[in-house]
Design a protein around this ligand. Structure first.
Ligand code: CP
Ligand code: NVA
Length: 310
């Protein structure tokens, strides 16, 4: 067993494949226990502060409920309502919160803000989404894939759409876990080179194949799972018109799903926009596992909390 107490959860790149395996196994145990009506309260008396600069349904609610189910409590803090919103520094905020709470979850824009918060906090900091990464989502996605397919290594995951925070974390996670991943993004909307480099290095250890291209049909051919995300992420609203044009031929629809394996599943982090990045016939159709995927955020977040919080 790897001792993860006190660690931050900022990127899957910070965890070894064995540590990620341990978190996935713990999440499977927690899900089984919950379905049997069993509960344990390892975080009794502990508090999670949840700082949000952006909207959230799944991340916010699943972390709060997860904390309650583990015996602790969660405090929702609209970051703009804190003194942070009127100029108190990130460093001072981190030091003060560390005197009250046992872990901090943050969703914000700049990834650097999370790195600074983690640097200054003496309690674990969990990245609940930045412009760069969405690691708790990706961990739940690999959990879901494993639950549906019975394995991870050697599967083919196709990601069609924006090379964004979700795509970045999927790339890193796939590379760590030996999942072959093919991205198809419009020219100019591919993943950041620095993330691809991290993924390629991890893939050298796991044997995962990584392919970054622009052709959705090629990416989806023979895939075990097809994933897409919104064309316009939070914070990019001013670009939504240009993005709708650039992404028009990157919609996941039944014709595209027909190129994947017959038993392929469809994944989406949600929220989705039916008629844009995915059609209703796919997200509400037989391929879709998006609501199991959303549920699994809860089990995976509980595993993260139970592992990290002292
Ligand atoms: N997938 C996801 O992170 O959802 P929320 O934005 O609702 O938290
Ligand atoms: N890429 C999306 C994910 C939302 C969960 C965004 O950043 O808005």
């Amino acid at each position: 067993m790897h001792d993860l107490k006190g660690r931050d959860f900022i990127s899957l790149a910070d965890f070894s494949p064995e540590e990620i395996r341990q978190l996935l196994d713990a999440a499977h145990d927690l899900k089984r226990q919950q379905k049997l009506g069993l509960s344990s309260r390892p975080l009794m008396g502990r508090t999670l502060a949840m700082l949000f600069h952006k909207h959230s349904t799944r991340t916010r609610v699943s972390f709060a409920v997860g904390m309650y189910q583990l015996g602790g409590q969660a405090l929702y803090l609209g970051a703009d309502e804190l003194q942070l919103g009127r100029g108190e520094t990130v460093a001072d905020t981190a030091r003060v919160l560390s005197r009250y709470v046992d872990a901090i979850l943050i969703r914000t824009y700049a990834h650097e803000l999370v790195l600074e918060l983690a640097q200054e906090a003496s309690v674990p900091v969990i990245n609940g989404l930045t412009d760069l990464l969405h690691p708790t989502q990706a961990l739940a996605d690999f959990f879901t894939l494993e639950e549906k397919k019975g394995r991870l290594a050697g599967l083919k995951l196709a990601y069609v759409g924006d090379g964004n925070n979700v795509a970045h974390s999927l790339l890193i996670g796939a590379a760590k876990l030996g999942v072959n991943i093919s991205l198809a993004c419009p020219p100019g909307y591919g993943p950041k080179e620095e993330i691809v480099a991290i993924a390629r290095e991890a893939a050298a250890g796991s044997g995962a194949a990584i392919s970054i291209g622009t052709d959705p049909q090629e990416a989806v051919a023979g895939a075990d799972a097809v994933y897409t995300d919104v064309w316009t992420s939070m914070g990019q609203e001013a670009e939504s018109g240009a993005r709708r044009t650039a992404f028009a031929s990157y919609q996941v629809n039944a014709a595209l799903m027909a190129l994947a394996k017959p038993d392929a599943v469809f994944l989406h982090c949600l929220p989705c926009h039916r008629g844009e990045e995915v059609t209703a016939e796919v997200v509400d159709g037989p391929w879709s596992v998006v609501f199991d995927e959303a549920e699994n955020r809860l089990h995976v977040h509980k595993a993260i909390l139970a592992a990290l919080v002292r």
